[in-house]
Design a protein around this ligand. Sequence first.
Ligand code: FAD
Length: 502
Amino acid sequence: MTTYAGEYLDLLPEPPAGRVTAAFRADVARAVGPGGLITEPAQLRTYECDGLTGYRVTPALVVLPATTEEVAAVVRLCARDGVPFVARGAGTGLSGGALPVADGIVIGLARMRAVLSVDVDDQRAVVQPGVTNAGISAAVAPHDLYFAPDPSSQVVCTIGGNVAENSGGAHCLKYGFTTNHVLALTFVTADGDVVQLGGDAPDPVGPDLRAVVLGSEGTLGVVTEITVRLLRRPEAVRTLVADFADAEDAGNAVSDIVAAGIVPAAVEMLDELAIDACERAVQAGYTPGCPAALVVELDGVAAEVEDEFERVQEICRRNRTTHVRIAADPEERARVWKGRKAAFAAMGRISPDYFVQDGVIPRTRLGSTLTRIRQMSEQAGLRVANVFHAGDGNLHPLVLYDGAVPGEAERAEHLATAIVELCVEQGGSITGEHGVGSDKACSMPKMFGPDDLTVMARVRAAFDPQGICNPGKVLPTPRLCGERPGPHRPHPLEAAGVIERL
Ligand SMILES: Cc1cc2nc3c(=O)[nH]c(=O)nc-3n(C[C@H](O)[C@H](O)[C@H](O)COP(=O)(O)OP(=O)(O)OC[C@H]3O[C@@H](n4cnc5c(N)ncnc54)[C@H](O)[C@@H]3O)c2cc1C
């Protein structure tokens, strides 16, 4: 076994602790001015977690800068005093990416929410990081333009968070993820310099540092301006919901649609539990008791859409669909999507608590993986609802549990982890779009070997040698993955061959 302590872990310095002194606070207050600082303990607690509420840390201070220059000034003070910082958008992340560091600060981008410019002819806009995803499309809608990536949280989540997570959404099957729609970034480095990454040209000269920052989960610096690509609204959109008696048939229909050369705008799947929850929450008109439903949307040139829409229905029939509902008008289409987009929140209607997972599998293994998840759910005695981006093979199993029942949360967490590991065994990934964050850092060695982790740590150290920028996220450390009490079990990093017990 190789000892990787020197190669990999030494590149991740322990974040310095206890540096938020009175002098630091005073300097930060001067940098951001009145209204830019939160110090009240009760208010600080509202920043203690993101959407992954099981992890909570109250930050020492929350700073709300209003300009790129203020962000840079705050980061320079952090670099001067060795204070760890975590950037935060709306806090809707589901992997604990915006979890604060004890004795560190949160840099909230909520005050930076202006659409700075819209270039209709060149189809791009420059926005601040606190603008919501849906807010971009709303701002450019009068020009018949929109921003394509559409996370289900789009009404609330920010473009800064989308960039950091390289977020996806239902329509990313056809249009690609956030990275495909961002041309340039204004970026504050971990020592407080302001740099431009990318540019107006689709393929700027030199290494693509814009792409390095996309999806880096706030571990390299703070994004303060984003140039996004805008698309023209398609001429035609057709949407259907196809019911199936068997999830395997629905999975096969997805594979057949793609194999036929059709690229739908979206193909989403919901199982019986998810349908039940959505119907109770928003009455989207899904069929109660249906074991699996596909939401398929096609968009583009009208004649092509009509032709492919017929072919999709034929493929669904060949795979034994029990019922096809076609959205008759934009209102019905909106109702279908309201159900799908409300699915996570709707779980509250059928369970006191849930863990949402985010794993990827090859699309062709959808049917068999869902069968295996059902078996694992039965063995664990816990219900699992499935609602996911079927076209991308991006699963979102929702493990339902009752936190008031002793031991149930632990069993649910165990099952959720086992499902993600099943995805890796199937040739997939531990995350499709929600990121690694705090939640899945310890699962990284399931996918990556010591050499891979070392390369990632080197990139991070090149941007942030002091290790003050969102420390403890993405890359596993013994401190982060901490050994659980009880009899000796190999540490996850030890089991993966990354470190060894001396
Ligand atoms: C109901 C629900 C549905 C969701 N559906 C989807 C979905 O369909 N697809 C999907 O991809 N995700 C989804 N998510 C997850 C989440 O909304 C996304 O990850 C989103 O991009 C997070 O944005 P945010 O503004 O809330 O970021 P936060 O949660 O505040 O932060 C997320 C990460 O980004 C970093 N960050 C934030 N702003 C900046 C910045 N300006 N510069 C540098 N780093 C920054 C943070 O440090 C953190 O690591 C869903 C979440 C919920 C609650």
